[in-house]
Design a protein around this ligand. Sequence first.
Ligand SMILES: [Fe+2]
Length: 283
Amino acid sequence: MRTTSTLSEPAVDLAADHPGASDPEYRARRDAIAEVGVAYRPGDPIPDVVYAPEEDALWALVSGELAAKHERYAVREYLEAAARLDLPRDRVPQLREVSGGLDALTGFRMRPVPGLVPTREFYGSLADRTFCSTQYVRHHSVPLYTPEPDVVHELVGHANMLASPSFADLYQLAGEASQRAETDAAHEFFSRVFWFSFEFGVAWEAGELRTYGAGLLSSFGELDAFRRAEIRDFDIVAMGTTPYDITVYQPLLFAGRSMTHVVDELGSFLSSYDDDRYLELVR
Ligand SMILES: [Fe+2]
């Protein structure tokens, strides 16, 4: 991502079909918010972003709609963790306060970043119990959709899950596993497991399929659709070797028998994963 801004050229690249691509006001807003992430140095206090009333209203709408769906579709561990973190519903939370709340609950902290960061940097920071988070709000023309991880995805999806002590530990283990996966092939396998669990993982609870994945938890449309996906049993090798398309509703999901099963399986995979283990798994 380019990080310098001139009057004629926006700093944040948006694809031509991005809902905000031809909205100059939105692009200027994205650039201004990105500057906070660019200027941030780990250890500094996180500066607040002054959100516009429309941005707060968008957060209120989306987080309220998602919370209602979570009652039906999110795993109990998520609902309990979200209740403990207790994100504000009426305005966009500041990363400073989310970081403080998480630190007190599970020792995780948030780090503002301007946009997508290189994958090894994103995963690697989890080893230090640090989550790299964007702060911008999706475009107002399609409030229930975003083509990229905005503040709703980061906080409703990931931060709420990071308020669970067992999941915070799993995120850290994921960061450590990613650092031991030095070859590109081993890292790709790890990223796919991460995708099919931390982002799109599901588990059975009292005979119902529910989700603990940030991608599903933050997606208004996909929450209503994921039970119609093809559901396979939780299987690390299948997850690590199955490709995925980020632009569509996931047609295939891997379900744990319970959240205890998910935590045990992910924990044992992540704590022993490295280049050698990768070769054993795909042999
Ligand atoms: Fe994510």
